[in-house]
Structure formats: C-alpha cells, structure tokens
Design a protein around this ligand. Structure first.
Ligand SMILES: Cc1ncc(C[n+]2csc(CCOP(=O)(O)OP(=O)(O)O)c2C)c(N)n1
Ligand code: SF4
Ligand SMILES: [Mg+2]
Length: 314
C-alpha cells in the first residue's frame, strides 16, 4: 500500500498498485476513477467479478487487463450468484484471505442482476458488492436504467424519464445486511474508507458509488469529479452508511447549495423548465427528511435484539 496525498483536491488515501495505467475508458471517465479507488483499496488478494458494462471495458481482456487480479467476466444477470460460488470454492480451498469483489454497473445491479443480488443478500453471502452507478446503460449507448434520475434525458427517454430513481441503498438495507454505504469519486477518502471497512467485515457488504459518465451526462472531459462533488453539495446524492440495516450515519450533509447548480452542469437536464427544476428540488428535500428520520429511528433501541444468526432484529 502506498499513501497518496493530493493537497489541491484535499484527499489523502492509501492505495495498492492493482490498477495499471492504460485502459479503454473514455479519457476523464468517472467510472475508471472509481474502479481505481475500489480495486486498489481491496488490494492484490482479490478476485473480481465484472459483468458486461463499461467496467468490463476498463478491466479489459487478458493478456492486456488493466488489473493485476483475476477477473471473472460473467453475465449481466448473475454477478452476485457468481461471487457466492467463487467465495464457496475459495472457502473449500481454505483461501479465506482472498477477497471476493463484484464491480457491476447500475443496469447490472438495480435491474438485470437484481434477482441474484437480492438472493445473495438474503443468504448473507460473504462478498463486497460495489455498484458503479453512472445512472444509465452507458456501454450500450446511454439508455435509461432503474437508477436514472427523474426527468433526466437519456437515449431511450429523450424527453426526460417519467419515473424516479430506485433507492438501491435503502433496498439493500431492507435486507438487513451488515453494511451498506453510498460514496462518490469526488470524495476519495470517504470512498476508500468505506471500501476498506467493507473489505474487513464479513457477510454481504454493498456500496453504491456515483460515477458520472461524460457521454451519458453531457460533461466535459474534466467534469466528472466536479459534478460528483456538486451531487453531494446540493444534496442530490447523500453520502451515508447503514449498519445491520438500521443504524444510519450521514457522512456529509448538503451545504445548502440549490439543486439547480447540479442540474445546470449537465446536458441531460438542460431541457428542464423552471417548474420541473423546482419539483426536483422538492424531491431532494423530501428524500433528506426521510433520511434524517431513518437516522433517528436507528438510534432507538432494537425491537427484538440479536437473534444470534448474524441478522439483528429477527
Ligand atoms: C441480459 C443482457 N441484456 C443486455 C445486455 C447488453 N448489455 C451489455 S453491457 C450493457 C449495459 C450495462 O449497463 P450498466 O450495468 O449500467 O453498466 P455501464 O455500461 O453503464 O457501466 C448492456 C445492456 C447483456 N449483456 N445482457
Ligand atoms: S461511456 Fe461513460 S462510463 Fe463508459 S467509458 Fe465513457 S465516460 Fe466512462
Ligand atoms: Mg450504468
């Protein structure tokens, strides 16, 4: 592990050198930066499961892979099931020190891979599952996914998506798994800390990382980190952790910046009327009220205590 300090961007993290320079993502891709932080924090004793996505393009094919770890290129439906199988095979070989990691896109997590993910979470399978969330099926031309925000324009919703973004962190927390977190590339120290925490826990750990896509969001090549910070500063994408499905911690409150600042930085929202922007602001405010209520509920004593099976409150 090597320590990286970046004074201007104000971060200081420890990274291994699993991720190599030279890959096939668009220059400036937010997802590639997220992959670097995640895989370098997980370290060299890791097997990664990567379904079809831009992550698979970033990982590349042997012998030209950008990662110094074994990678299973599975199907879009089956990442969590594949990871569960790899974990069990490793356990059988007594290789308990090898981490099993899924790096899947939002399409492969919120939608197409969700059945396998939910089943693995219900069984509390032992893995770190990271969803690199660029809010659309970007590898196939930026179609909308279950993660695309309300009113965002995509290749399949050019006039704006009529439904909202699924709250995958809450959905996963409802499975009462040991650890759920949200993170983004604009806050690398927060992201690396959460990945390290997940790595060192047991059972199902789930992190969703907001990773702006230049092409799909309509950003300049140097825009991914700035927009990911705006997502947090405006409250559009809250940073929080959930332990055992109930104990919520907010890591970074919104700084009172209007959502408008986030919307105007991206082409996918440029068609919006003033009234639609106000509606999105109201939705963000409502989501924060619910999140704060969850924090307060989590501070209450558990209803039934620990059942002893690894799942509290059952
Ligand atoms: C079952 C199935 N449907 C469709 C595809 C085609 N496909 C390959 S990659 C991809 C996009 C995946 O989107 P996401 O998981 O969000 O990853 P991203 O490309 O955005 O990183 C799609 C639809 C497929 N491989 N399998
Ligand atoms: S399409 Fe988007 S997510 Fe895919 S490599 Fe390009 S910038 Fe990254
Ligand atoms: Mg995607």
């Amino acid at each position: 592990m090597e320590r990286f300090h970046h004074a201007e961007a104000n971060y200081d993290i420890e990274e291994s050198d699993v991720f190599l320079s030279g890959h096939h993502a668009c220059p400036g891709c937010g997802e590639a930066l997220a992959v670097r932080y995640v895989i370098n924090t997980m370290g060299p004793r890791t097997i990664a499961i990567v379904p079809p996505s831009c992550i698979a393009i970033i990982a590349g094919l042997q012998p030209n892979s950008s990662m110094r770890v074994p990678i299973v290129h599975g199907t879009l439906e089956s990442s969590a099931a594949s990871a569960a199988g790899v974990r069990r095979a490793l356990n059988h070989q007594r290789k308990h020190d090898v981490n099993v990691l899924v790096m899947a896109g939002d399409g492969g997590t919120y939608d197409i891979g969700f059945q396998a993910l939910s089943g693995a979470a219900e069984r509390n399978e032992d893995m770190v599952y990271v969803c690199l969330d660029n809010e659309g099926y970007m590898n196939t031309g930026a179609q909308k996914s279950g993660s695309t925000p309300h009113l965002a324009s995509t290749a399949s919703t050019p006039g704006g998506k009529t439904t909202g973004k699924k709250n995958i962190a809450e959905i996963m927390a409802a499975h009462r798994i040991p650890y759920v977190a949200t993170a983004t590339i604009g806050y690398p120290d927060d992201l690396a800390r959460k990945v390290a925490k997940a790595r060192d826990l047991k059972g199902m750990r789930f992190i969703v990382v907001l990773t702006p896509c230049l092409d799909g969001w309509g950003l300049p090549e140097n825009g991914a980190v700035r927009v990911s910070r705006l997502a947090v500063e405006t409250g559009f994408f809250p940073l929080f952790e959930v332990e055992d499905g109930v104990r919520y911690t907010i890591n970074h409150g919104p700084r009172g910046m209007p959502v408008q600042r986030y919307l105007e930085a991206q082409k996918r929202f440029r068609h919006l009327e003033a009234e639609q922007k106000e509606r999105l602001q109201a939705e963000v405010d409502e989501a924060w009220a619910l999140l704060r209520a969850r924090v307060e509920c989590g501070a209450l004593p558990a209803a039934t205590g620990d059942s002893g099976d690894g799942f509290p409150g059952r």
